[in-house]
Write a protein that binds this ligand. Sequence first.
Ligand code: PEP
Ligand code: MG
Length: 587
Amino acid sequence: MDRAIVGISASPGIVHGPVHLLRWEVPDVPHHIIPDEEFDTEVARFRAAVERAKERLRAVRERAERHAGPEEAAIFEVQIAILEDHDLLSRVESYIHQNHGAEKAFDLVMLELRQHFGRSPVPMMRERVGDLTDVHIRVLSVLLGLPDHDPVDVPKGSNAILVTHDLTPSLTVQLDREAIAGIATDSGTRTSHVAILARSLGLPAVVGLRTATSRLRGDEYVVLDGSSGILVVNPSAAEIDAFRNRAVAEAETEAELIRAADLDAITTDGVRITIRANVDLPDEAEHAAHSGAEGVGLMRTEFLVVGRAAMPDEEEQFKAYRRVVEAFDGRPVVIRTFDVGGDKLPVGGFPQEPNPFLGWRAIRMCLDQPEMFKVQLRALMRAAQHGDVRIMLPLVVTLDEVREARRLMDEAAGELERRGVPFERAVPLGIMVETPAAVVGADAFVDDVAFFSIGTNDLVQYTLAVDRGNANLASRFTPLHPSVLRLVKRTLEVGAAHDLDVSVCGEMASQPLMAFALIGLGVRTLSVNPRSVPLVKRIVRGLSRSFAAEAAQAALAARTAEEAERQLKYRLLAAFGDAAFLRDTVR
Ligand code: PEP
Ligand code: MG
């Protein structure tokens, strides 16, 4: 299969269909000097392009409103308003009068604006960079006569495979599930948020393909195998059949696991492991509640704001949280406060920062915007009236952050009290342990928090200094690196010494080999993506605590991630033989 492009498995499932190539990047603009007598025609050409782009935006807005609702559609309103900005239009025309072609004139103004907004100290201004970029691409595409690509523009029933360089979360939420069957991207890794979102949406996805957009022309037919991470270009009929058979086998294996999903996850020597679900979208709540999960170990809330022109208000947030809490009917629901930033870019983009993962994100951004943060805290305390809610703070590095968050919780409680709104004041507050600082200094937090949850996606990234979303570094993103395992172990020790619950909610927990290592290290609560709940429960039921502990010991003593993996793999194979549910794990 030399027509196979190999990437990273991001969301399981095998689908095939025509390629829909989406190049959502600012195109290169050739320099083109125009003579004075062409000023008028060039200005007219520019104005016509703006009108055409606005027409397209209105059509997209209407479609988004039908598919996703008025809040999601509002972002296009903002983009239309940008194209009506008098100052912007006259700056472009003034460049045209300096003999620049319309494309270059517009390109120059948009670059200036994006830079200016990106550097603004005012968050609202920085938030507009994504919209400016979208408008930049759209108008240039019209001026340069490039095809108008829109992910939402694929006709229903096309069963298309969307192939793109990098899919932003805001584009992902716009996808029409009745038109797009799978996603393939050049960039990204299993832990980048596009992959997380694809899993939540149940869309098969392969990321990290590196060259897919340059190798494909857009008129091909492909098989996308999200389980093994490959894209096969123009497959033969026999190849399609082979993939179809694999898809059937996969579905059978999954159905068998699902039949046992409600059984408890107890090891053969009687140790109970609690398996909870990660919920990324409120729409997933009901499905996750029936996955066999014993609660929610991580509800990510940032996808409430992704692709939106404005932050959701308290009422809307309260309804979203209550929906998840009610779906889980009294089982614990750990809701994480906004972890915005990094590659979770809301509100049409975000500040352009040189190092977004070391930047203004997560708890840092929330504490810097207390009024915005308190809206979320109030909604959470109100939702806590309806079940067992626990609040979790992301990316905590210092104790001050926890104390400041608690002070804001008190303020938020006071505000609800004055309004006479029912709420729960005593909501447990915990932290994500996802930086080496939080692990090494874990004992500093023990008197101030109710629990720890290890976010291995970020912990691996910050420990190994490997960008979690960079496809070129994917082979270096090794959660089984002994340094990472030691940090997990240390967190567990601090938790045990102070009687604090320690769970793991990063992607590691969803993967059989790594879940095996975590259980062996002593983790007793895992939070995994809903689809993996039956699988991880099945793994637990096939192991003894002592066997897993011995395997983890060997992995901890390894000198490299590869050696740790070998130590774990052969033991897992010994325990389960060639069980079909381990196919993508150990082979
Ligand atoms: C993590 O970092 O492991 C985690 C669970 O959070 P996120 O993937 O949303 O950063
Ligand atoms: Mg994280």
